[in-house]
Design a protein around this ligand. Sequence first.
Ligand code: NAD
Length: 258
Amino acid sequence: MQRTAIVTGSTSGIGLGIAEAFAAQNMNVMLNGFGDSGDIEATRARLDTVGTGVIAFHGADMTKPDEIEDLVRSSEKLFGQVDVLVNNAGIQHVAPVEEFPVAKWDAIIAINMSSAFHTTRVALPGMKQRRWGRVINIASAHGLVASPYKSAYVTAKHGVVGFTKTIALETAEFGVTVNAICPGYVLTPLVENQIPGTAKARGISEEEVKRDVLLAAQPTKEFVTVEQIGELCKYLTSDGASQITGTTLSMDGGWTAK
Ligand code: NAD
């Protein structure tokens, strides 16, 4: 049977890696995210050739509940149903809490946390009715532990972990699993963009941020890759993973073992 997935924030980085993994599994995929419209169409067209599934795009802004609802409803209309929901869209801002811009706090809470509620509440009834579904929330190692200067992000990611556990309990008898993946550092635009802010906040160079802050957190001293996260998502959508629910799966090079 041909499964259909929505991957929020899949025009870049981890979401794009997950969409590629799903496309290679012959799934239909609804892409979402921001970017240059020509680049997005080129990505969509490229993924469309990867497998037998259809790849589409919806530009819902994850701060806008009505647009998020339309993303799910449009996907159901186009593909007939939504089997897999990956809540991945996210942004970051690095600053001490006293200087944290209020608008950035609100945007991070909306995009990184509340959007998962808005997609899930609309996608779940169909999954429960068909007695099969997978919700995968891309949290973070920062859903389990904290780092200074990332108050909004750490708050949102801990919230996503709590949401994951709650919805897993609500869906446990309906063939639906709900899990959170907690990656360590992945070298995507989200991480590259926070390097200057971290350097400023800590008074060190950007090279030192990479070596002494980012990779210092990861005992393997290696970045996680988007392909590795795609593989884990593929596994979570398999029948072999049907008893994994309500939990966090770390992929962080040993970060949270410390
Ligand atoms: P990225 O910047 O490469 O991609 C973010 C995606 O979200 C893009 O497609 C972007 O267009 C989209 N997006 C941003 N704001 C949006 C909005 N308002 N509405 C719709 N889409 C929006 O970042 P990434 O590193 O791939 O991050 C993806 C997820 O993984 C995030 O939730 C992030 O917190 C999480 N994560 C990243 C890392 C890392 O090291 N990169 C580690 C742990 C968790």
